[in-house]
Design a protein around this ligand. Structure first.
Ligand code: SF4
Length: 67
């Protein structure tokens, strides 16, 4: 498994600006709870899931199954 930043630099810039604004909470979600601190619980679970391949909710990260 490998996790990389989205190759779309503009998208990365937007999400990172959002993270700065929220103090590290997922900018794509309204709740400011521990579960949504980047890297959020959802994406941590997706990283641990051998069958998951794809972007995190905000599209900041991409996880592939292959190295
Ligand atoms: S991993 Fe992605 S979806 Fe999760 S908080 Fe960070 S930017 Fe948002």
């Amino acid at each position: 498994m490998a996790v990389i930043l989205n190759p779309d630099k503009e998208m990365v810039k937007i999400v990172k600006e959002g993270l700065k604004r929220t103090g590290g909470y997922c900018p794509c979600r309204i709740a400011r709870t521990e579960e949504f601190k980047c890297i959020c619980k959802e994406f941590r679970e997706q990283m641990a899931d051998p069958n998951f391949e794809g972007f995190c909710h905000c599209k900041l990260y991409y996880k592939s199954k292959e190295n």
